[in-house]
Design a protein around this ligand. Structure first.
Ligand code: AMP
Length: 616
């Protein structure tokens, strides 16, 4: 496929805001793509050059992109900068200048997708002395062969943001659309779906049938994605072998598994009502790490599936020394502790271990302990289907004894009072609370299904739990905050039903000056003039930002609000957080923020939460 055709598809997607339309255009594009290029199309649609865990980056900053545009189209850097200030997007600048050039000269070479992709791959691999010049040269050459629309997307690739609003869910949905015909060839599948239909009228029944069939297939694709975080690879398998191709996808050390998420309930009593006898573990407040061991090769992934191995040489050594298994994938929470007193440091200290420089010194100053809590893969076998109780035994055996990696502190009980006592003990020890675990549940990758239920520390007069919200915009600083360029945030929760972000709070407190500076630096890089495609908000911030950063907030309560769209329906207002304050950045994907459903449950539960007063 020519790159011009891909760019035309991207432009169509950019110009629609309905998810349904977006899905159908993307499905059309993916259906047309050849087996060799579909993988690259998927990566490019997300502004990347590979699955996110490989973190392949072009390494061209804004300055170089401006220079490339200037060089390719014969302008000065100042002229490009001026246009950038006016439009707010370097892609739009490249399109404008590329279009002008179109009238005056012929393109030197037609661009194919493969050419664009492989040149960017080369750009990303160019390192060392003189590399900036070589990168710039290759980038300008690509632009030089590009028409206006092509140039727009060529310029956006190194920015890592194509502004299409395509998230993983939309890609999976489009793949489901394309393989629905094959899926429904199975008579048994058809029967099973028909058995779930509720509509009586023929016409509506048909509609319901198609919706449910697509949903079921999307779930099957997502189950694979949950254990193999590479949608490009999955799409290629589908293209080559149809739905049979999914069978070939399995857990592989080196490819991250999407983490299980915890539900929440307001008291020990309710947890016991839900789970009965269960495991109760201390909840540590550090960072979640997924460790992959394959012989001597060890890779550690963060919760966001970034490869963070180089940040934790102490943990790599500990895994080598302590873990007996040859091949294993396990998870745990790592936190810094004081060797003198044996006490754990608060999150603000632990987080300092996530850094690019001074790694050795920091690992000596703030050594980590890792509390292992689950195992997904052992000696070539997937153990996610085994009940939790069995997995815990496997984990204990595989890890062996040692000082750095330990199992999480845990009890087994069916008694709410015992659970409450364990909860209070954890709090006293400076931990965050507890996580109760269903003894018979499998490891549910990428989802929240009451296999884990958290209960966190409560502060009097506040919501018992915090919420994790996604930043969707920000307000310019006024008064004292003018100097920071940022005075407050517009934030949202995630609505699974529509795969969109619905506004819930404007946040102006809880940020230190340092955090304000950091926020401005981070957010200005992903700001945009237009409301992002998957954002639903009636409040207009000074700048919109692509849903990317998740922060933890505390609030006094959840109130009904006509201003916010979270939970808003035709006749009913939405919800807002009252007196929200930022606590910290969270290492979560935007889709893992607190959901509208959870907010609704928290709204109903508030008032009945009296953790500090009565045990159970
Ligand atoms: P939250 O992020 O508040 O939804 O709580 C879930 C997180 O708690 C997990 O993603 C882990 O990072 C962390 N955590 C701490 N201790 C445990 C534990 N014992 N079991 C599972 N997760 C834990």
């Amino acid at each position: 496929m020519q790159f011009s055709e891909l760019a035309a598809y991207f432009e169509r997607i950019e110009n629609v805001s309905s998810r349904l339309e977006m899905t159908s255009i993307l499905a059309e594009l993916l259906a047309k793509a050849g087996a060799k290029e579909i993988r690259h199309i998927i990566y490019l649609s997300q502004g990347s050059l590979g699955p996110s865990h490989l973190a392949i980056e072009a390494g061209l900053g804004e300055g170089l992109i401006e220079q490339g545009i200037a060089r390719a189209f014969g302008y000065s850097k100042e002229e490009v900068e001026k246009l950038y200030k006016e439009t707010g997007d370097l892609g739009d600048v490249a399109k404008k200048l590329g279009d002008k050039k179109k009238q005056s000269s012929l393109f030197s070479e037609k661009l194919s997708i493969e050419k664009v992709f492989s040149n960017f791959k080369k750009i990303s691999e160019t390192e060392g002395k003189g590399s900036q010049d070589s990168k710039l040269k290759m980038f300008a050459e690509l632009l030089n062969s590009a028409s206006g629309t092509e140039a727009k997307f060529v310029a956006r690739i190194p920015l890592g943001n194509m502004r299409l609003g395509i998230g993983d869910p939309t890609i999976m949905e489009s793949l489901a659309v394309n393989y629905l015909g094959e899926f429904l060839k199975g008579k048994q599948t058809k029967k099973e779906i028909e058995a779930t239909l509720k509509e009586k009228k023929e016409e509506k029944r048909k509609e319901e049938f198609w919706r449910k069939a697509r949903q079921r297939l999307r779930e099957i694709i997502e189950e694979k994605y949950n254990i193999y975080s590479d949608l490009g690879g999955i799409a290629e398998n589908l293209k080559e072998n149809g739905l049979k191709g999914l069978e070939g996808i399995s857990i592989e050390p080196g490819v991250p598994i999407r983490p299980t998420l915890a539900e929440r309930l307001p008291s020990s009593k309710e947890i016991i009502k839900k789970l009965g006898r269960c495991a109760v573990e201390a909840k540590y407040d550090g960072f979640r790490l997924q460790c992959h061991k394959n012989g001597n090769s060890i890779i550690i992934f963060s919760r966001q599936a970034e490869n963070v191995t180089h940040m934790f040489p102490d943990l790599v050594n500990a895994i080598n020394a302590q873990v007996k298994a040859k091949k294993m994938i396990f998870e745990g929470e790592a936190l810094a502790y004081n060797e003198e007193t044996g006490q754990y440091f608060p999150f603000q200290i632990t987080i300092q271990r996530k850094r690019k420089y001074d790694i050795k010194k920091m690992s000596e100053d703030f050594p980590l302990k890792m509390f292992a809590f689950d195992i997904m893969y052992l000696e070539g076998k997937n153990c996610m289907e085994k009940p939790f109780k069995e997995r815990r035994k496997l984990l204990a055996k595989a890890i062996g004894k040692g000082k750095i990696i330990e199992l999480t502190k845990s009890i087994e009980t069916g008694d709410a009072e015992k659970m409450e006592a364990f909860f209070l003990e954890s709090i006293e020890n400076g931990l965050e609370g507890i996580i109760a675990k269903d003894l018979s549940a499998r490891y549910i990758a990428g989802a929240r299904k009451y296999a884990w239920i958290k209960l966190k520390r409560s502060y009097k007069g506040e919501l018992s739990d915090s919420a994790d919200v996604t930043i969707i915009g920000y307000f310019k600083g006024r008064g004292k905050r003018t100097q920071f360029g940022l005075g407050g945030l517009l934030t949202a929760v995630y609505d699974e039903a529509t795969d969109s972000f619905k506004s819930i709070a404007k946040i102006g407190t809880g940020m230190t000056e340092e955090i304000l500076v950091e926020l401005e630096k981070k957010l200005s890089k992903i700001s945009q003039k237009e409301k992002p495609a998957r954002v639903d908000s009636e409040i207009e911030p000074d700048s919109w930002v692509k849903p990317f950063y998740v922060i933890e907030v505390r609030a006094d309560e959840i109130t009904k609000s006509p201003m916010h769209t979270a939970g808003k329906t035709k006749g009913e207002p939405g919800f807002a957080l009252r007196f929200p304050r930022m606590i910290k950045f969270r290492e979560k994907k935007p889709e893992e923020s607190t959901s509208v459903k959870e907010i609704l449950a928290m709204y109903k539960n508030q008032g009945s939460i009296k953790l500090n007063e009565t045990p159970g």
